[in-house]
Ligand binder design. Structure first.
Ligand SMILES: Nc1ncnc2c1ncn2[C@@H]1O[C@H](COP(=O)(O)OP(=O)(O)OP(=O)(O)O)[C@@H](O)[C@H]1O
Length: 300
């Protein structure tokens, strides 16, 4: 039995103008599945059909042709949306409500009881780290906080499938890391996540599989680790080696006709450097870190 949460077959969407004439073919014969429990990334340049696909999944737009099954139901069946959470690119939240009131409001839309709403709000506010700000009006929230309350709102109904449109857009590296950790947490809870993003490093960090669309057509579909593997190269990681040990290694490799060898120090990435600097700046205010110090503190 297939454990696909989303099944898309030959899906097409043509936007028409007022007179019914074809304006844009936003999605062209798209076929793909999203499996239960995976984090799936939908990528593509601006205008490649990602949002159109998301909206069709939600039943907000009707396909011109093709089939879609979501959580075992046709996309047009809106009862399936009770098991879906959606974080749009721009969250439309009420600026004058605080976090508690916001979640209570959305909980009511799902007919949750007062006790369930209060319990779920506690869980979600804790999960997205807004405990200290829960009584502040959303108009006072930073972009990162707004994104987090948006995610909490998308999760109010404890959905099985979570659709995230640009979840890390506009977030600083700390907020981005936290959002990625939340996505990983959702996966650990057994939820299926589909995200659209232009932030390729974030997609690489959290997605199991990706699809790349270009002008509405599926161009690449596969596991991130397999797609990015450099199949004709090997990499070995060791503690720092002496010159003598390196010379010996070169000799051994030469014996095996491997002459094209590159020795270099691995690099931590900029995200790690940034997060470490922010963390250590909090611990040691008023201090600047030298390049040597940053390099010596290594990874993580
Ligand atoms: N309501 C609409 N009416 C007409 N054309 C539309 C409409 N919505 C989107 N399009 C067109 O459909 C194509 C796909 O748009 P879509 O918003 O799905 O792309 P996207 O991949 O989400 O882009 P972005 O990365 O900019 O968010 C584009 O050419 C866009 O101009």
């Amino acid at each position: 039995m297939s454990n696909a949460v989303i099944e898309i077959r030959n899906l097409s969407k043509i936007y028409r103008d007022f007179w019914g004439r074809k304006k844009v073919q936003a999605v062209k014969s798209l076929s793909m599945d999203v499996m239960q429990g995976e984090v799936f990334g939908l990528l593509g340049p601006n205008g490649s059909g990602k949002t159109t696909t998301m909206k069709m999944l939600l039943g907000l737009l009707f396909p011109t042709s093709g089939e879609m099954t979501i959580l075992g139901k046709p996309a047009a069946d809106v009862t399936k949306n009770e098991r879906i959470g959606y974080l749009p690119e721009e969250s439309y939240l009420y600026r004058f409500l605080n976090a508690d009131e916001t979640l209570d409001f959305y909980g009511r839309l799902f007919n949750m009881t007062a006790a369930d709403r209060a319990r779920r709000a506690d869980e979600l506010i804790e999960m997205v780290g807004l405990g200290k700000a829960r009584r502040r009006q959303l108009k006072e929230y930073s972009k990162g906080m707004t994104r987090r309350i948006g995610l909490a709102q998308a999760l109010i109904n404890d959905p099985d499938l979570v659709l995230l449109d640009e979840p890390t857009s506009g977030l600083d590296p700390t907020g981005t890391r936290e959002m990625k950790d939340l996505i990983i947490q959702l996966k650990a809870q057994g939820k299926t996540v589909v995200m659209c993003s232009h932030q390729l490093a974030d997609v690489q960090d959290v997605c199991d599989r990706i699809a790349v669309l270009f002008q509405g057509e599926l161009k690449v579909l596969g596991r991130v680790d397999e797609l990015l593997e450099l199949r004709n190269e090997m990499q070995m990681r060791t503690p720092t080696l002496s010159d003598e040990a390196m010379a010996d290694i070169r000799q051994v490799l030469k014996k095996h006709n491997v002459n094209d060898v590159e020795f270099s120090r691995p690099k931590a990435d900029l995200e790690q450097l940034f997060l470490r600097t922010v963390r250590e700046s909090g611990e040691r205010p008023g201090r600047r870190f030298s390049t040597e110090e940053v390099a010596a503190s290594g990874r993580g």
